[in-house]
Design a binder for this molecule. Structure first.
Ligand SMILES: O=C(O)CCC(=O)C(=O)O
Length: 289
């Protein structure tokens, strides 16, 4: 039976993510789906080259890419990964940030002096007085691997599993202890907690790296990317109510869905409604109540 994206993750999967801060999902995309996404990435890349918007080394790091292709819109609720998103973050979410990355070979490039970071910028300092150590997750990201990263040196993301529970990372010569370069096959995906200490790496191979990243956060956090969607266009019309929620569609970001202050109507929020209809709300998990 094919996946719908509304299959609950197991307690073991949740525990593993909460301990490691990352989960690798092998074969998240079928080869046919991966190839369609790669073709869409190649189209965007050709357009951006035409428009003179690539970096001088041919790198493309495009923020807010989802509305650039029909294929990308569907990724918001990709059945093989979406259960991890709502299962780990809940239903009150949307994609505040997403990026498309094409990284051509750059064998001579210097490694970044220090590329290690947690995502979220001021989310790591502003609430410090309130929330302490560790910081709250607040967002998570799915990374789809479109090119072959099965060997090291191909510009893959480096991570330190378990480091999301540490607010600081000691600066070292070279990579910190515990570093793992994510070697993944085309069609694999990984989900990671934004607090996980991670770094990009240099692509010293002859293979162009192609990746798609889709981040999700709470509806009460402002968007990071500038992605004005054409609400009169076909792309928007083709999105499901849940996908529209995940694109930020709402009149209120706290608890209402387009009415007034007379009461809580969370059940009108499409993702909550969908989970409720399918019996997937779980009172034992605060974000799934
Ligand atoms: O491109 C990469 O591998 C790193 C991505 C990254 O730093 C991020 O998604 O925050």
């Amino acid at each position: 039976m094919s996946l719908t994206g509304f299959e609950a993750i197991t307690p073991e999967q949740r525990d593993e993510f909460q301990q490691e801060g990352i989960l690798l999902i092998r074969g998240a995309l079928t080869e046919e789906h991966r190839a369609r996404l790669e073709e869409a990435v190649d189209r965007v890349y050709a357009d951006e080259r035409q428009a003179g918007r690539l970096k001088s080394d041919g790198t493309l790091h495009m923020l807010g890419f989802l509305d650039r292709d029909e294929e990308f819109g569907e990724l918001l609720t990709q059945p093989s990964t979406f259960p991890y998103i709502w299962g780990l973050a809940g239903w009150n979410i949307y994609s505040h940030h997403n990026h498309l990355d094409v990284t051509p070979p750059s064998p001579q490039e210097e490694a970044p002096a220090w590329g290690w970071h947690q995502d979220g910028y001021r989310q790591n300092s502003d609430p410090e007085a309130l929330v302490g150590d560790p910081r709250p997750m607040l967002s998570l990201k799915v990374a789809y691997v479109l090119s072959d990263l099965s060997r090291t040196g191909r510009g893959a993301t480096k991570v330190i599993p378990g480091s999301h529970l540490r607010n600081t990372l000691e600066r070292t010569e070279g990579d910190p202890r515990g570093t793992v370069e994510i070697t993944a096959n085309p069609g694999d995906a990984f989900v990671f907690d934004r607090r996980l200490w991670h770094s990009r790496s240099v692509n010293r191979s002859s293979v162009t790296r192609k990746m798609l990243f889709v981040g999700y956060t709470y509806r009460w956090i402002r968007p990071l990317d500038d992605m004005p969607v054409d609400k009169d266009g076909a792309w928007w019309a083709n999105r499901t109510p849940v996908q529209k929620q995940l694109l930020g569609e709402a009149t209120h970001t706290a608890n209402h869905w387009g009415v007034n202050w007379d009461g809580y109507i969370d059940e009108k929020i499409p993702l909550r409604h969908e989970l409720q209809t399918r019996g997937l709300l779980d009172r034992t998990i605060p974000w799934l109540r």
